[in-house]
Design a protein around this ligand. Structure first.
Ligand code: AP5
Length: 189
């Protein structure tokens, strides 16, 4: 099964995708986690990506696609995967469709998590205090939300047009949001 999880920064993509991974026995592929791994390992790619991520902008499509291609070719992704944080703009959407066609793994469903902006800001401020993720400061969060509206929201529209989008209320206790996602997959996956 191939699932895309879409939503603004702080909407719960990573949290919910990690649970889905265990339930469905497929890979959880977060382009944000892959990039943070590169930054932590101080690879040339990570050194390039770091400044862009700290500014809340998108890392180049070419870099992210290269990482994704490498990741989906790993054994744990052979039965399927949950994409968290990809695609993030229309060009990435086109690249993803080409990649899925090439590897013969069509998309089953795209899940869009809805959470109001003031709650996103509060969640990310909470994480900044608890974990100190470097892009969770108020200025970068504002920029990430802006990039989401400008570049990623049209991706959801694309999935809606091809009838692959399911919208889920992302507000509420973790378990409730998770149950809504499972129901959405059962009915639409
Ligand atoms: P990425 O890591 O993808 O970050 P993001 O999309 O901004 O998303 P977050 O991780 O902040 O939020 P989330 O929706 O996963 O929510 P989470 O579950 O963590 O990307 C970071 C950067 O990398 C980008 O800005 C960009 O620079 C670069 N990048 C990544 N992918 C790229 C791509 N494809 N192309 C180009 N650049 C790319 O939850 C957030 C918080 O809320 C947590 O503290 C959690 O505990 C809490 N929470 C979650 N659910 C609930 C709930 N139901 N109730 C209360 N709290 C909750």
């Amino acid at each position: 099964m191939r699932i895309v999880v879409l939503g603004a920064p702080g909407s719960g993509k990573g949290t919910q995708a990690a649970r889905l991974k265990n339930e469905l026995g497929i890979a959880h592929i977060s382009t944000g986690d892959l990039l943070r791994g590169q930054v932590a390992a101080r690879t040339p790619l990570g050194l390039k990506a770091r400044e862009v991520m700290e500014a809340g902008r998108l890392v180049s499509d070419e870099i992210v696609l290269g990482m994704l291609e490498e990741r989906v070719s790993q054994p744990d992704a052979s039965k399927g995967f949950i994409l968290d944080g990809y695609p993030r703009n229309v060009a990435q959407c086109v690249a993803l469709e080409a990649l899925l066609a090439r590897i013969g793994q069509p998309l089953d469903v795209a899940i869009l998590l809805h959470v109001p902006e003031e709650m996103l800001v509060a969640r990310l401020a909470g994480r900044a205090a608890a974990e100190g993720r470097t892009d969770d400061n108020p200025e970068t969060v504002r920029q990430r939300l802006h990039v989401y509206e400008q570049q990623t929201a049209p991706v959801a529209e694309h999935f809606r047009e091809i009838d692959a989008l399911v919208e889920v209320d992302g507000v509420g206790p973790f378990d409730e949001v998770y149950a809504r996602i499972l129901r959405a997959i059962e009915h639409n996956g």
